[in-house]
Design a protein around this ligand. Structure first.
Ligand code: ACO
Length: 333
């Protein structure tokens, strides 16, 4: 037996404000029927004006700590593409608001793959013995970066946060993170980006044009890339941990589009009933998507202790990542 990072707590939140497809169709050239059939999304949630990612991260973090029965941890890793400010990172503020003291806390920027990347960082800290317990959070106020006039993106994304607590234990404990597969392809970075606001644009000395500050995505090409990389990466992590695909009980994929989740299941040869679907309720919440889906599936009884679970995510970077674990007994936060 060896040391492993074990899932010991889980919590998730969405802001109360709901945005239905009907509400979007009143201000954009779209329909409830188009959004439902092309994406599977029925509604999403949004922060109130003035709200920010850290508000959601703190609420999810509190729930995860409560679920783990812990008052503090040794490290906070926050995955987000929508930090409260371009600088500093949002994680230190989250750690302070959670009353965690002067512990290390930093952000991971891997957009929709961020949560799986952050999990791997947390597991790495436990393996390296720099932490015994880690709070890993995926949180986004993604609606804050959407161009309200762009029907191609405004209908897809929502806000929310999910968090897990990892603790050091033996690798045969339920909840032990058994393996990871991570990858990126920066040659296709422009498929998902916010063109302005970074050093490339600001070194010119001018503030960003408002039009360059919105999130942009080439949806059709991203769809193909997502299906390819999520299925390949899931296959790779299952090979690493030695689990035949047929033994996987649940696949919890990044919640971008139900057609992507079903295509990934089909390519892997996993019954699509085993793919957890939560995007109908919250849309694409980027780094918050997987922990929100985990919390929803656990609450609905779709994730049971002993289930073999594969997580797989894909997004801007391009970046993707997968992880495998046996679901533990958890008190949900
Ligand atoms: N309402 C009505 N019509 C629309 C809308 C809308 N909201 N959006 C696009 N259309 C139209 C298009 O203009 C196009 O019309 P045309 O045929 O006359 O040109 C038609 O619908 C089809 O457009 P496509 O872009 O081909 O639509 P598609 O079926 O691919 O769906 C979508 C678009 C939902 C964005 C899909 O491509 C998708 O889900 N992509 C993947 C998104 C993803 O995985 N993101 C994850 C990473 S995101 C991140 O990292 C932050």
């Amino acid at each position: 037996m060896s040391r492993a990072a074990v899932l010991a707590g889980l919590g998730a939140v969405v802001p109360p404000r709901e945005i239905t497809n009907q509400m979007l169709s009143e201000r954009l050239d779209t329909t409830d029927a188009w959004i439902r059939t092309r994406t599977g999304i029925l509604k999403r949630h949004a922060v109130e004006p003035g709200g920010a990612t850290s508000d959601l991260a703190v609420a999810a973090g509190e729930k995860a700590l409560k679920s783990a029965g812990l008052a503090t941890v040794d490290l906070v890793v926050l995955a987000t593409a929508t930090p409260d400010h371009p600088l500093p990172g949002t994680a230190p503020a989250v750690a302070a608001r959670l009353g965690l003291g002067h512990i290390p806390a930093f952000d991971v920027a891997a957009v929709c793959a961020g949560f799986v990347y952050a999990l791997s960082v947390g597991a790495g800290a436990i393996a390296a013995r720099t932490a015994e317990t880690v709070l890993v959070i995926g949180a986004e106020a993604f609606t804050s970066i959407l161009n309200p006039q762009d029907r191609g993106t405004a209908i897809l994304f929502g806000d929310g946060a999910g968090a897990v607590v990892l603790r050091a234990d033996e690798d045969d404990e339920p909840g032990a993170l058994a393996g990871f597969d991570l990858g990126s392809d920066g040659s296709l970075a422009e498929l998902i980006s916010i063109p302005g606001g970074g050093s490339r644009q600001r070194s010119g000395g001018l503030p960003p044009d408002q039009d360059d500050s919105w999130f942009t995505m080439q949806g059709r090409e991203v769809f193909t890339q997502a299906v390819t990389h999520m299925s390949r990466s899931t296959k790779a992590v299952l090979e690493k941990v030695g689990w035949p695909v047929a033994t996987v009980d649940r696949i919890v994929g990044h919640q971008a589009n139900v057609r992507i989740l079903h295509s990934v299941s089909e390519l892997l040869g996993i019954d699509k009933e085993r793919a957890v679907v939560h995007l109908d309720q919250v849309g694409n919440t980027s780094a918050a998507s997987i922990p929100l889906a985990l919390a929803a599936a656990a609450e609905r009884g779709e994730l049971l202790a002993g289930h073999r679970v594969a997580l797989t995510a894909f997004g801007g970077g391009l970046a993707w990542g997968s992880a495998a674990l046996v679901w533990p007994e958890l008190a949900t936060g």
